[in-house]
Design a protein around this ligand. Sequence first.
Ligand code: MG
Length: 185
Amino acid sequence: MLDRIDLLILDVDGVLTDGRIIYDSRGADVKAFNVLDGQGVKYWLRVGHEAAILSGRASRTIRIRAGDIGIEAVYENAKDKLPVLEKILKRFGRAADRACYIGDDLVDLPVMARVGFAVATAGAAPEARRMAHYVTRSGGGAGAVRETIELILRYQGRWGDVLNRYTDQLPDDLPALRRPRKEQP
Ligand SMILES: [Mg+2]
């Protein structure tokens, strides 16, 4: 199942964030994102996979963050997520079994039932956790996206490609104890 996954679709509130929505005095919303998640998305794209955002709410913050981490396909204001999922699959020419969706609430259930790999965050609604193939140990906005990306790329044998780009620059005389575990490509 995991070996075919090459399209990652992300909910925003409760997945890329911890679910809190902070309003400033003018009513604009403020969201906190996780740097490990963002970097994870960049690794995901770097191996040639695709990513999209599918959010029930609309906010300029989402579009700014998406641009920052290299996601061009941003779908907001999706009150009913299933038809938008179909749009995303069409855009990337993928069957649903090649998509991973990470969600956390009831609105995500129809999408989670349809994709090849459904993931719920640690703090997700119980119904979403029950529907998921995998529940992350990390919470939304606290590494859930990174954890999922690493899980899939490791399974696909691609995490080594990501890691070696950095470990190749380590000094040869670095003690073995301080050396990250070698990944077989
Ligand atoms: Mg959500």
